[in-house]
Design a protein around this ligand. Structure first.
Ligand code: BGC
Length: 576
């Protein structure tokens, strides 16, 4: 889902400077979030390809239970689990047909309960995927809704009242016609087989557009609250809200996206109601949005955190093969490419706009890849991957690590578009690589039956191969996670100040600070040497290297200069 946001003003480092000096105050405001979140790191598990415990070729919940020791060993605080509910799997389980039951291929509800319990024993939190902007066409609610006869579910989905008359132009292509005997077209929220659940219209313009407080809409919402309580009562610790901004319609249609709205009061009211339930009935639980518009989600939107990746700046940062690039919207140079053709400013201008609007209100999450994005490792070296991890861990907010990226699993090509996994998704969803040998330890089953094939490269990275090497990517990632926990200036809320960020220029330098605790993080992903000079309001007596490479950096009081080799980074603690 790509939201086109209004252009924001160009930024460079000078905008944060006074008298050419970058001012680091160490001031911060802690958002209203559970305490355990402030230094947290999460791990994302895609259940179909993490670990197959019964040899049928698809991962399962028992498999995840068996691997909890590994997850814990990473030093993370919790897991975001992609949907495991009953589904016809037209969109890999994001098309739910029964909210109250685990899909048989993943196990049973008892397995889910066991997973929550076993995770809790290890002090690991579990976020479920709360997919409530649509269901599958196979959901019994939709089957009822599609009937000619009016019934309890007729209004639970968005239907026009006449098959022959098309909905307004703004919704071009968003409606499906001729599906059933019901005389009307239904609205989808993603693929055609994912009909939008009905949260009403902010400004109803036709009789079939229900107001947000219509009794049938309130009844649907009651049921969806029941779904949430069902999994929370079983032991979940929170959720990631799929397409969180795609509920109430026509509030504020952005660009060519008919589904998403920003800052819509109806959608935000709903999420605030949910926040009320979570705070009261499940204290300490965590709500993450997939809204990708932090000011909508965090500034009065009810969420603790928002994934910010559906915006062009994220591609400019590290996605070599994003949907935008594959579809020709963008040239495909990210800042973290060794060609050195990227520019940090495209990312930073959008990030700072949202950061400044939400500082102290909640956390912006920059995921390290996920099941919709390409893997980080597209022709990237171990050192480049380490640098990207270091960037993610030193930025504000809560890092989310997508399974397999911690060992440098590669984006794969030429794969079947299993369950709606069009490019680049299938290439990022292949089985976890545990050890050398059959199916790289993912499954004991027939390789022909795997959900997706494993990486067949002779040097495909695997967990076993990296466990005992202290310099492996895996162990470096563990080290970086600990760094986030130990350094006060890396807390999710600590101040973030761009220090050196110039268009088409390397390196990128920023500071993080909490009180007197200050670090500066310096990144030069370009394959060539980079230099920078800058002035801070802090005169460091000593710079202590916490991670990365020792580079040539020195300061005369508040004036700093540095030279660093290509493909290098450094995280320094400032002693002053
Ligand atoms: C999920 C995708 C899914 C889409 C529509 C997104 O939020 O992450 O995997 O295809 O929603 O269901």
């Amino acid at each position: 889902m790509i939201i086109s946001l209004p252009a924001v003003q160009h930024v460079n480092s000078q905008e944060y400077a006074e008298d050419n000096k970058v001012i680091i105050t160490g001031n911060y405001t802690i958002p209203d979030c559970p305490d355990w979140l402030h230094k947290a790191v999460f791990y994302q598990i895609y259940p179909q390809t993490f670990y197959d415990s019964n040899g049928d070729g698809t991962g399962d919940l028992q498999g995840i239970i068996e691997k909890l020791g590994y997850v814990k060993s990473l030093g993370v605080d919790g897991i975001w689990l992609n949907p495991f509910f009953e589904s016809p799997f037209n969109d890999a389980g994001y098309d739910v047909s029964d909210y109250y039951n685990v899909a048989p291929r993943y196990g049973t509800n008892e397995d889910a309960r066991l997973l929550f319990n076993e995770a809790e024993k290890r002090d690991l939190k579990i976020l479920i995927d709360y997919v409530i902007s649509y269901t599958s066409i196979d959901h019994p609610w939709f089957r009822e809704s599609a009937k000619q006869e009016k019934n309890k579910y007729s209004n639970w989905y968005i239907w026009t009242d006449n098959m022959w008359i098309n909905p307004p132009e703004a919704y071009k292509d968003a409606f499906i016609k001729g599906y059933s005997r019901r005389n009307g077209q239904f609205m989808r929220n993603f693929y055609w087989s994912q009909p939008a659940l009905n949260y009403g219209f902010a400004k109803p313009e036709a009789p079939w557009m229900l107001p947000v407080d219509h009794p049938d809409i309130l009844a649907l919402q009651q049921e969806l609250k029941k779904v949430l309580r069902f999994w929370m009562d079983m032991g979940a610790d929170g959720f990631r809200a799929d397409m969180a901004g795609a509920l109430v319609k026509n509030a504020n249609i952005q660009g060519n996206d008919q589904f998403y709205t920003t800052r819509d009061e109806g959608t935000r009211k709903w999420w605030n109601e949910i926040r009320g339930i979570m705070d009261k009935e499940y204290p300490g639980s965590f709500m993450v949005a997939e809204w990708s518009h932090p000011e909508s989600a965090l500034d009065g939107g009810g969420f603790h955190a928002d994934f910010y990746h559906w915006f062009p700046g994220y591609n400019d940062l590290l996605q070599k093969e994003s949907w935008r690039i594959l579809n020709g919207y963008s040239e495909g140079h990210s800042f973290f490419d060794r060609q050195g053709k990227g520019s940090i400013t495209g990312f930073l201008q959008m990030y700072m706009d949202q950061y400044n609007k939400t500082k102290g209100k909640g956390y912006i999450l920059l995921p390290l890849g996920n099941h919709d994005l390409s893997r980080l490792n597209i022709d990237r070296s171990r050192q480049e991957l380490e640098m990207i991890f270091a960037f993610s861990i030193t930025m504000p907010g809560i890092p989310f690590i997508y399974y397999g990226n911690e060992i440098g699993m590669r984006q794969l090509y030429g794969l079947p578009h299993v369950e709606g996994a069009y490019k680049p998704r299938a290439g990022a969803r292949t089985p976890m690589q545990w050890m050398p040998g059959k199916n790289l330890g993912f499954s004991s089953g027939d390789p022909e039956n795997l959900y997706l094939p494993v990486d067949t490269a002779a040097d495909a990275p695997n967990v076993a191969g990296q466990e005992n090497d202290p310099r492996s990517l895996l162990n470096t990632v563990r080290y970086l996670i600990q760094l986030k926990k130990n350094e006060p200036s890396l807390a999710a809320y600590a101040e973030f100040v761009p220090v050196y960020a110039k268009e088409n220029t390397y390196p990128f330098i920023f500071a993080r600070a909490a009180g007197k605790e200050t670090i500066i993080a310096i990144f030069n992903p370009a394959g060539h040497e980079a230099r920078a000079s800058f002035s801070l309001n802090i005169a460091a007596k000593k710079l202590k290297l916490l991670a990365g490479d020792k580079i040539n950096i020195s300061n005369k009081k508040q004036d700093y200069t540095l030279t660093m080799p290509g493909t290098s980074y450094a995280v320094y603690k400032m002693i002053y």
